[in-house]
Design a binder for this molecule. Structure first.
Ligand code: HEC
Ligand code: HEC
Length: 280
């Protein structure tokens, strides 16, 4: 226990007070004249632990923040444009494209705010829904869960909800999955013996190595990362954070990561969808 605390302190580069010091609290995310909600009161289920929730955008440098202010500067749109071509592409034994059945991609407005959701008694992520249509409706091959085609399509659909508030359902059928995700969130993992909460709840606003820690929110996903110059899927990020504490990560597309995604997404309830966001 003691050893863990010392090790963790060594990881953190202090110099910032707890909380938001170091980030530009006054910065506003305005895209195409629309102001997105990057700070909000914590949803009721979180209020014992956090008063406010913040988008990861708030914690980025001025330069990184700026890339998200204008869709012409946002490198993610190259991938969104490619996904739009893909959307019209006929594929599979049914000789259909997405567009054959879903005429206008705008019909998906609002969907991203509710994903993941429960369908047929299981967590359904955006990726699951897309592959369901590919295999069952098109007679085409499933895409790789975090592959580039999949992530771009997920971003195209998510983008239709940009500016709308995240609104993940956590009760009813969702409850047991949400509880499981919550348990994973607060369980210490790996050689570093750390939980998600140790970084993203106890230490957001602090620096870890060269990085300014955010609350680890998912409202901007898929997100363009400067680090690898491509769109990154939710499960790639969750996998990466677990690997970084030197734990054996759950597989992408696994039930565990889907439950974790459901829980973490619900921590952003009230923040605007930012898809496609830009992060470092
Ligand atoms: C042959 C018709 C057909 C094709 C082709 C098709 N879909 Fe669907 N799609 C459906 C039907 C029917 C549903 C609702 C039932 C379900 O989920 O399977 C649906 C549901 C969806 C939803 C969820 C909508 C909501 O509001 O809940 C998304 C997102 C979606 N499709 C995306 C796609 C994408 C992306 C493609 C191309 C890769 C595609 N679909 C191809 C018929 C189709
Ligand atoms: C050792 C500290 C640490 C732990 C533990 C950790 N992360 Fe992270 N995480 C980071 C860092 C550093 C980043 C990149 C900077 C930032 O956004 O905080 C990050 C980023 C993220 C992001 C992307 C945020 C955005 O706005 O793009 C999500 C989501 C996330 N983490 C979720 C998790 C989850 C879920 C867990 C537990 C399985 C976890 N993290 C555990 C350090 C950690």
């Amino acid at each position: 226990m003691k050893k863990r605390a010392v090790f963790f302190r060594a990881l953190l580069v202090s110099g910032f007070a707890v909380g938001m010091a170091g980030a530009d609290e006054t910065a506003q995310l305005v895209i195409e004249g629309e102001t997105l909600v990057t700070k909000a009161a914590a949803p009721a289920h979180l209020q014992d632990n956090l008063d406010e929730i913040y988008s990861g955008w708030v914690f980025r440098s001025n330069e990184t923040q700026a890339l998200q202010l204008d869709d012409f500067d946002n490198p993610a749109f190259v991938f969104i444009d490619a996904a739009m071509d893909q959307y019209q592409q006929v594929e599979g034994s049914a000789d259909k494209s997405c567009q054959s059945c879903h005429e206008d991609v705008e019909e998906f407005k609002g969907l991203r705010t509710q994903m993941p959701r429960i369908v047929d008694g299981k967590v359904q992520t955006m990726e699951d829904q897309i592959n369901k249509c590919r295999t069952e409706q098109m007679g085409a091959e499933a895409w790789k869960y975090t592959g580039s085609d999949m992530t771009a399509m997920s971003a195209l659909i998510g983008f239709q909800s940009r500016g709308m508030a995240m609104n993940i359902k956590i009760d009813g059928e969702a409850k047991p999955f949400w509880e499981k995700g919550k348990e994973i969130y607060y369980t210490r993992h790996g050689q570093l013996d750390m939980a998600c909460s140790n970084c993203h709840e106890d230490n957001y606003g602090n620096n870890i190595r060269a990085d300014h820690l955010s609350q680890g929110q998912l409202n901007g996903f898929p997100t363009y990362r400067l680090k690898n110059a491509k769109l990154n899927a939710v499960h790639s990020r969750l996998f990466g954070c677990i690997r970084d504490v030197r734990a054996e990560p759950y597989k992408v597309g696994s039930d565990e990561l889907k439950a974790l995604e459901l829980y973490v997404s619900s921590r952003a309830n009230g923040l605007s969808v930012e898809t496609p966001s830009v992060r470092n």
